[in-house]
Design a protein around this ligand. Structure first.
Ligand SMILES: Cc1ncc(COP(=O)(O)O)c(C=O)c1O
Length: 229
């Protein structure tokens, strides 16, 4: 018997896509602005039940903007998973920070227990800052990736990031629509639980705009900063 094959990355254009592309061309709004961009931001905000969403040109640039908005910069360190597409890690280097790789669990996502073990063995708190005892650098954030749409262990990550004063960034580029069905975050979507979350609309994602990204956050000022950048 032949196994049913579910393609990872073939887009499904069976709706109004051609019509909307035509509308954009006819209206001469084919840039980063225009009514379709605003409509899309509003639709994602509504779907994820977040107050606002900010569109950008890719998931990668969304992650880059998120790091900048969160104040991660040169010399800082950021926890990142060993198993992910490299675009979750490259933006950490774009801002001049260093990734600290943490192993993944059975969900394929960064393991919160391993993250806490590393933090407890290697860092100390100094005036509310998490300092790597070996390098002297501030560990500023954790970049949690919801690999293949599997939700990382967010209740534990929220606790760990709070305890160690880290910003919690959710790379939800592969996880638009992943939702908790029970537990403390019942009804919450991937990307909406940490400080800031990012979706991708690359050609191989859940829905696609060819290329594109979206940022959601519980910090309105971070979104304003990202929009400005
Ligand atoms: C985990 C992960 N992070 C980041 C990205 C980057 O998204 P984009 O291709 O929209 O830049 C992707 C996908 O391409 C991804 O799978």
């Amino acid at each position: 018997m032949r196994e049913k094959f579910i393609p990872l990355s073939v887009p499904n254009f069976s709706g109004n896509e051609k019509e909307y592309v035509n509308d954009a061309v006819i209206s001469e709004w084919v840039s980063t602005g225009g009514s379709k961009v605003t409509e899309f931001e509003q639709a994602i905000a509504e779907y994820t039940r977040m107050p606002r969403a900010v569109a950008c040109n890719s998931g990668t640039s969304g992650l880059h903007l998120a790091l900048l908005a969160a104040g991660v910069g040169a010399g800082d360190e950021v926890l990142a998973p060993t198993l992910t597409f490299i675009a979750a890690v490259n933006p950490i280097r774009y801002v001049g920070a260093q990734p600290v790789f943490i192993g993944c669990g059975s969900s394929m996502c960064m393991c919160p227990t391993l993250a806490e073990e590393w933090l407890s063995e290697n860092t100390e708190q100094q005036d509310g800052r998490c300092i790597n005892k070996r390098t002297g650098a501030q560990v500023k954030a954790a970049m949690v990736v919801h690999v293949f749409g599997n939700m990382a262990g967010m209740p534990r990550f929220v606790e760990v990031c709070k305890k160690y004063n880290l910003t919690l960034i959710e790379d939800a580029t592969e996880a638009l629509g992943t939702v908790y069905t029970d537990g403390p975050y019942k009804g919450k979507m991937a990307g909406t639980i940490g400080d800031i979350g990012i979706y991708s609309f690359n050609g191989n994602k859940i829905i696609t705009t060819g290329a594109g990204g979206m940022i959601v956050s519980n910090h309105p000022d971070w979104l304003e900063h990202a929009k400005h950048l």
